[in-house]
Design a protein around this ligand. Structure first.
Ligand SMILES: [Zn+2]
Length: 336
């Protein structure tokens, strides 16, 4: 079983139950046996009732951000460590502990894009679930690059936000011209990444939703990719920002989804910036470990939690080793 729901919104639980079989069938058709199995293992290991945030107050508490009541449904992503990234964009870490969850309620559904294509809350959950699916199938999550960039430069999901961020960078006297140039490039990269992330998720949504008879039109598909070329005045630097069109132009829906899963083979950043290239190259070598969202919350509240867990694990291993030793001694003793 891949498409599961462990939350407490009654209408959603009912709709998931009704559509579960057909949606699992779709995931099997899209990702094949091997992908489906990998997905099933990930779902069983990672998703628990605590993966579902079910009130705006909890969402605020968890993220430390002030979300309004009108916040749409969300896919939640947490990285449980600081990435050690050097001045050239290289990630120094070998491992990453990651967690994913969902914010979905009747209210979030009413404010989400999915409510424009369907009156069924399950459509909203499928969209958030379709953010989760390619991520756990990827060798390392490309989204981590986006999360790191936006955390360090400022969130830019909308074009207005990006423009504002770029203006702020230009006005920041503490930054050298080189630093300004880099920051502007990184902000544009983060924006472009988010754009691809949303569009590819909507393509997967369409493939899944048509399996349960919901039509999800994708107006951007098949249109030539457009870029906005802005001049960044303080440095006379030209920035290319994607502005509509299809990042997967000329590809079938299935091929687009397949390429996102295997991003390390297919993905090419729009601008050739050595910092970004280094970031992607070292990201490919990072080994992600997904843990249940409930554990993420526990660990982020208690900084000693990891140490405690490790100590427990060491003790457990010690016990196992002692037991084995005793067994061996017993056997040897029996042979006498
Ligand atoms: Zn989304």
């Amino acid at each position: 079983m891949v498409f599961v729901y462990h939350g407490h919104v009654p209408e959603l639980a009912k709709q998931v139950e009704e559509t579960q079989w057909r949606i699992n069938q779709r995931y099997l058709e899209i990702f094949g046996n091997e992908g489906y199995e990998k997905l099933e293992q990930a779902v069983n290991r990672i998703l628990t009732p605590e993966s579902y945030v079910e009130s705006i107050d909890d969402l605020k508490k968890i993220t430390g951000e002030d979300f309004p009541e009108t916040t749409p449904s969300k896919f939640l992503f947490a990285c449980l460590m600081d990435l050690k990234i050097d001045k050239d964009g290289r990630i120094g870490n070998k491992n990453a502990r990651l967690g994913c969850g969902f914010y979905i309620t009747e209210n979030s559904f009413n404010h989400s894009g999915s409510s424009h294509i369907s009156d069924q809350i399950v459509a909203s959950y499928i969209h958030e679930f379709d953010h989760f699916v390619p991520m756990v199938l990827q060798k390392t999550p490309l989204y981590l690059a986006h999360a790191y960039l936006t955390n360090n430069i400022g969130t830019a999901y909308k074009l207005e936000d990006l423009t504002e961020t770029i203006v702020k960078i230009g006005e920041d006297d503490a930054l050298s011209p080189d630093e300004k140039q880099l920051k502007v490039s990184l902000a544009s990269t983060a924006y472009a990444l988010f754009d691809v992330w949303e569009d590819s998720t909507r393509i997967l949504d369409k493939l899944v939703l048509e399996g349960i008879g919901i039509d999800a039109p994708l107006p951007f598909r098949g249109k030539k990719r457009e870029y906005l070329y802005g001049t960044f005045k303080p440095l006379d630097m030209i920035v290319a920002i994607p502005n509509g069109g299809d990042p997967f132009f000329g590809m079938s829906d299935l091929e687009a989804v397949r390429r996102v899963v295997n991003w390390e083979t297919y993905f090419r950043p729009a601008m050739n910036i050595s910092y970004v290239n280094n970031l992607y190259e070292t990201l490919k070598n990072l080994r992600p470990e997904y843990i249940p969202f409930g554990q993420v919350l526990k660990e982020s509240q208690d900084p000693n939690h990891v140490k405690k867990e490790r100590r427990k694990e060491r003790k457990r291993m010690q016990k196992v080793a002692e037991e084995k030793l005793r067994e061996i001694r017993k056997k040897k003793g029996g042979g006498k």
